[in-house]
Ligand binder design. Structure first.
Ligand code: SF4
Length: 366
């Protein structure tokens, strides 16, 4: 199990250690998260990247303790650090292991929506269709803060203005169905940020939007992050967004975090064969138009019948005979750069021969 991945002093906001979240079903157990280790730093953006079904959304649900039944956290720690108000010292006031909290109890309810908030891919799944935008924001504010309804309404209008909602004193009384997709997403961001969380979890918040609106929402999140100093846990399958938004990134495959690094290291020096394959599968502006993009070999395996050893071995171009037997450990291959693959660390089974081709491909002019 990985230790604190990015060795930092007074910067850690959330430390995810050896997290495992399983779903026991009649057909078998789905190991949705099966070894997640990473650190989110105060005020920074960590992107979580991977294909559908890799466990990135269940990791976020685990942090908020909203894993739908019969799923449950079976192992690991989620250490949430609270800091004192003193901005000079940034001393840690306390550290809470979120896995130890009752998912329905008052402790997690006082954190959820308040210190840790979330925006989803499709706002209509989380916004109530029968309440106005304003009432939903007011309710969130009043749940966590001791303010009158009139004051909460003022704050809701102010928040709607900050997220660029047109005529906020009017849209505050609009129902979600009366707003466009981009406006609903802005409304959900306003609701999420209304209590000034220290961590915002954003689960593919721009996927359902057109390109122009998506770019506006990304700009907005960056601006608000700068203004409010919150950290962002950004879930995406889009490596282009990672390059634009994140300070560091983790790559997940079949429930496991397989690589963690700062964004430059991940793009210029990817270590895990899966990360390299992902990078080779994205187009570059400088790409020769006649060149085919490289697809990752094979399919994501059936979640009930996961491969033995390294779960990526049936699709890995560098797999060796040992890879179907060894479950690779999580190791720090280079300072601050963590990977789960037998090609690295003191126990490396053989030399890494895949480095040069992927590095040449990876985002030359980023
Ligand atoms: Fe490929 Fe083996 Fe590394 Fe897995 S452990 S990524 S199969 S080289």
């Amino acid at each position: 199990m990985g230790a604190s991945n990015l060795q930092t002093t007074n910067r850690v906001l959330l430390e995810v250690k050896g997290l495992k979240t399983y779903f026991p079903l009649e057909e078998g157990t789905v190991r949705a998260v099966d070894g997640a280790d990473f650190v989110i730093e105060r005020g920074k953006t960590l992107a979580v990247v991977g294909e559908s079904g890799c466990g990135k959304s269940v990791t976020a649900q685990s942090i908020l303790r909203i894993v739908p039944p019969p799923g449950r956290i079976i192992e690991g720690e989620l250490l949430f650090h609270r800091y004192t108000e003193d901005k000079d010292t940034f001393a840690v006031a306390d550290v809470i292991d979120l896995t130890k909290l009752d998912p329905k109890g008052k402790d997690i309810r006082s954190i959820r929506g308040n210190e840790i908030a979330m925006v989803f891919q499709e706002p209509m799944t989380s916004l109530s269709p029968v309440h106005t935008m304003g009432n939903q924001i007011i309710e969130t504010i009043m749940l966590h803060q001791q303010v009158s309804k009139a004051e909460a309404r003022e704050r809701a209008i102010d928040m709607l203005a900050r997220v660029g909602m047109p005529r906020p004193s009017v849209t505050v009384d609009s129902y979600p169905f009366e707003l466009s997709g981009g406006m609903r997403q802005r409304g959900m961001i306003a609701m999420a940020l209304s209590c000034q969380p220290s961590l915002l979890i954003a689960d593919e918040p721009t996927t359902a939007l057109d390109v122009t609106t998506a770019a506006q929402i990304l700009d907005l999140m960056r601006e608000l992050q700068e203004e409010m100093g919150m950290a962002i846990h950004y879930i995406t399958h889009d490596l282009g967004v990672v390059a634009e938004m994140a300070d560091s990134a983790v790559v997940m495959y079949l429930g496991k975090v397989v690589e963690e690094a700062d964004v430059d290291s991940l793009y210029y020096n990817p270590l895990h064969p899966y990360t390299r394959a992902l990078l080779r599968s994205i187009p570059r502006i400088t790409e020769d138009r006649r060149q085919w993009l490289e697809a990752i070999k094979g399919m994501v395996p059936d979640p009930y019948h996961l491969p033995t050893g390294c779960p990526f071995h049936p699709r890995c171009l560098q797999a060796g005979p040992e890879c179907s037997e060894i479950d690779p450990p999580w190791i720090e291959a280079e300072p601050g750069h963590w990977v789960r693959c037998v090609l690295y660390g003191e126990g490396a089974t053989r030399a890494d021969t895949g480095r040069s081709d992927s590095v040449n491909h990876a985002y030359g002019e980023r």
